[in-house]
Ligand binder design. Structure first.
Ligand code: F0G
Length: 459
């Protein structure tokens, strides 16, 4: 499979030999990030030069659609994975025996009937990436990048993380029999995520800094030790993370929704999904791609500020503060890629306050679905884009929920106990927040008391 892919710098467009790639995955000339590219798919490759190693050998779109559906009934691991099921669009390995998979992907697309009727958007769905093996969307990119690490003979993999990447990396490394090094910000990640890294056997270092500080330290570590970097600057992560776009298209009978709303942290996921939709369009699998909008927490909003100040031409890092710890990132690595996706797709960038995030999370929870705080920014984004007239109620919208609600149960409990937000943060949202709060009720072990409580609730 490997021969058909190459890496192109997204800044200066130069192509690099796979062996020449630096350990930090940055272009030696301009410092920008690489993207995996498949020359066989481009229109130019319709008539490849006689000496070309690449052949235009892709099945036609309907054959691909049929093949991908058929694989769901197979008992083979690579077919049961919702990522490798689409391996025809992921030719990054020389040998498929190197695939490391936990049967990721194939996540559900849920209707959100209560939020649909409250907002008027009838065709509203949540694509729940929290239903992956380690509880977040990171698994889709980890299976691809870690398989590449295995194929290239690395013994150690490493990442800096706000928690989910480290959980995913530790799990996949353990499956592959590889060692993993995790750098996380001290005291600033959710317990669910930290417990996963420990359980899956990662060497877990809590650094006295924030996520951006962990990234800085790790970039020096990978220069000095033979460890393979698995942060999302690794272009092979992006290849796996584009596959939920294929699943969404499949779940919409190969017609993309009008809008996709995604949380933004380090800004790789939005870029990956945008790439997925673009490639499907290029290959004739879909006719039109959705608008991709990115939502950040107000306290960790460098992309939002950049769009306001310079239309996304420059980005000034911020010191990030938000309880949505997954997206507490002030200096996002993939911001240029994200700007391109927003511009190319005709989407927007919005921000969400702490109270808006908490309320939206409770509203998604009340649908029986739940998600972690960072995922809930997508619903805040929907409300804002509707209010601004940028999304019409008649259009179809998918909210990408990135993490499982059990990742950060402390946050949820504090919200329902009324301990999460300050009066000042709650502001005018108090009535809506009060309706969604569900604290526990303490009673004696007495059926009468329970029946009286039931009676009261049924009124
Ligand atoms: N949602 C969740 C649950 C996340 O864990 C992250 C990122 C994002 C959204 C944002 O995605 O960075 O691609 O824009 N978490 C990373 C981590 C940074 O280390 O787990 P992004």
């Amino acid at each position: 499979m490997q021969d058909v892919h190459q890496l192109r710098c997204t800044g200066c467009a130069s192509v690099i030999a796979l062996e020449a790639l630096k350990e930090n995955f940055r272009c030696p000339d301009c410092g920008d990030l690489y993207e995996v590219e498949y020359p066989a798919w481009s229109a130019k490759a319709a008539a490849p030069p006689a000496n070309a190693r690449v052949k235009r050998n892709l099945p036609n779109p309907s054959a691909l659609r049929w093949l991908w559906k058929e694989r769901r009934t197979s008992t083979e691991l690579k077919d049961q994975s919702g990522v490798w099921r689409f391996r025809d669009l992921l030719p990054i390995l020389a040998d498929e025996a190197n695939i490391v998979s936990l049967r990721e992907g194939n996540t559900p697309l849920y209707a959100l009937p209560r939020i649909a009727s409250a907002t008027g958007v009838e065709r509203l769905y949540a694509k729940h990436q929290g239903m992956n093996p380690t509880g977040s969307f990171k698994d889709t990119g980890m299976t691809t990048a870690l398989s590449v690490a295995k194929e290239r003979g690395f013994g150690w993999v490493a990442c800096a993380s706000t928690g989910n990447t480290s959980a995913a990396m530790a799990a996949y490394a353990a499956r592959a029999g590889m060692r993993s090094l995790v750098l996380i910000p001290d005291g600033k990640i959710a317990w669910g995520k930290l417990s996963q890294a420990l359980d899956y056997g990662a060497l877990t270092c809590q650094l006295r800094t924030d996520f951006d500080g962990c990234v800085r330290v790790l970039s020096e570590v990978v220069r000095r030790a033979p460890v393979y970097l698995l942060n999302s600057v690794n272009p092979y992560r992006i290849e796996g993370q584009k596959t939920p776009a294929l699943e969404i298209a499949e779940q919409f009978e190969w017609e993309a929704p009008d809008h996709l709303i995604v949380p933004g942290g380090n800004l790789a996921n939005s870029s990956a999904l945008g790439k997925g939709f673009l490639e499907m369009k290029q290959l004739g699998l879909i006719k039109k791609a959705p608008r991709v909008s990115i939502i950040q927490a107000e306290g960790a909003n460098p992309l939002y500020r950049s769009m306001q100040a310079s239309g996304g031409r420059e980005l000034t890092p911020v010191e990030a503060h938000t309880r949505a710890s997954a997206i507490r990132i002030g200096n996002p690595a993939s911001w240029r890629k994200a700007v391109r996706v927003v511009e190319a797709s005709g989407g927007w960038v919005e921000q969400a306050t702490e109270a808006e995030i908490a309320l939206a999370k409770a509203e998604i929870g009340a649908e029986g679905i739940g998600c972690e705080p960072a995922s809930a920014v997508t619903l805040v984004g929907l409300k804002k884009l509707l209010a601004a007239g940028k999304i019409a109620a008649s259009e179809s919208v998918v909210l990408l929920l990135t993490g499982h609600t059990l990742k950060d149960s402390d946050y949820t409990i504090q919200y329902h106990r009324g301990d999460l937000l300050s009066e000042e943060e709650i502001g005018p949202l108090r009535p809506e927040i009060e309706i969604t709060r569900r604290n526990t009720i303490e009673l004696d072990a007495d059926a009468e008391q329970v029946l009286r409580t039931l009676d009261g609730a049924a009124q």
